[in-house]
Design a protein around this ligand. Structure first.
Ligand code: ADP
Ligand code: MG
Length: 243
C-alpha cells in the first residue's frame, strides 16, 4: 500500500452565496499521477488554490505528507513539498528566462557561498535543458510563447525539489507538438519521484499521463476511476452532456 502524500477532508468554499466546493474529500498516494477533471466552473482551480494556500477554505482540512497544512500560507506549504502552477502563468517583464529560474538564489561570499551557487547554477542549467529552454534562456520571459511560459513555470516550481506538483491546465493554449512533449516531461518528472495532480481538459493528455482521475461537478466529487472508465461513468456523462 503506497503512502498518502495529499489528503483533503470535506473542503468547503463559498464566494458570497455561491457554494463552489461542497465538502471535497480526496487523497493522492506517493508516486501517482492523478487527473483532476470537471466542467468549467466546477471548482478545480479553487480547490488547487486551497490546497496550495492561495485561498483560505471555509471548512475542512488539508494534509500534505503527514502535516496538517490547513490555513498555512503558500510558502510554508511549498516548504512541506507541495507546489503549484497557474492556469495563466504571469512572467516578470524585465527578467530573462534564466533569471526567472535563478531568482531567489542569494549571492554569498566565501567558498561555501561559491559552492552553493555552483550547485544552484548546475541545477538551473539542467532544468533549462530538460524543459527545452536552453535556446531561449537569454530572452525576456514575457516574450515566450504560451507553451514555453507553461514549461518555465513548471521548471521554476521544480527548483525547490517538491514532493507534489499541482498543475492547472498545463496544455491550455499549448501547440500540439509541445503537448506530447509535455506528457513525456511530466512522466520524467514523476519518475524522478514527484507525485503529480493535474487539472486538464485534453482527454488524450489525461489518458496518456494519468493512472487515475477524480471528477468534480458543481463543487462535489462525482467520480474516482481510471481514465478509460470515465466514458462509461453515468455521473460523469451527465455532468458533461446533461441528462
Ligand atoms: P474551474 O477551475 O473548475 O473552471 P473555478 O474554481 O475557477 O472553476 O471556479 C468555480 C466557481 O467559482 C466559478 O463559478 C467561478 O466564477 C467562482 N469563483 C472562482 N473564484 C472566485 C472569486 N475569487 N470570487 C468569486 N467567485 C469566484
Ligand atoms: Mg480553472
Amino acid at each position: 500500500m503506497l503512502e498518502t502524500i495529499l489528503s483533503t477532508e470535506s473542503i468547503r468554499k463559498s464566494f458570497g452565496a455561491h457554494c463552489v466546493l461542497d465538502g471535497v474529500s480526496l487523497s493522492v498516494r506517493k508516486g501517482e499521477i492523478v487527473g483532476l477533471l470537471g466542467p468549467n466552473g466546477s471548482g478545480k482551480s479553487t480547490l488547487l488554490n486551497i490546497l496550495s494556500g492561495f485561498t483560505p477554505s471555509d471548512g475542512g482540512a488539508v494534509n500534505v505528507d503527514g502535516h496538517d497544512v490547513t490555513g498555512l500560507p503558500p510558502h510554508a506549504i511549498a516548504r512541506l513539498g507541495l507546489v503549484r502552477t497557474f492556469q495563466l502563468p504571469s512572467m516578470p517583464h524585465r527578467m530573462t528566462v534564466r533569471e526567472v529560474l535563478q531568482a531567489g538564489c542569494r549571492r554569498e561570499a566565501g567558498l561555501g557561498g561559491a559552492l552553493r551557487r555552483w550547485r544552484y547554477d548546475a541545477e538551473v542549467a539542467r532544468l533549462l535543458d530538460q524543459f527545452l529552454l536552453t535556446r531561449v534562456q537569454d530572452q525576456p520571459a514575457s516574450a515566450l510563447s504560451g507553451g514555453q511560459k507553461k514549461l518555465l513555470s513548471i521548471a521554476t516550481v521544480l527548483r525547490s525539489r517538491p514532493k507534489l506538483l499541482c498543475l492547472d491546465e498545463p496544455t491550455a493554449g499549448v501547440h500540439p507538438n509541445l503537448r506530447s512533449r509535455m506528457v513525456e516531461l511530466l512522466k520524467e518528472v514523476n519518475a524522478q519521484g514527484v507525485t503529480i495532480l493535474v487539472v486538464e481538459h485534453d482527454m488524450e493528455f489525461i489518458r496518456e499521463l494519468c493512472g487515475r482521475c477524480v471528477v468534480l461537478d458543481r463543487g462535489a466529487l462525482i467520480a474516482d476511476c481510471a481514465p478509460r472508465e470515465l466514458v462509461e461513468n453515468p455521473r460523469v456523462v451527465e455532468a458533461y452532456l446533461g441528462k
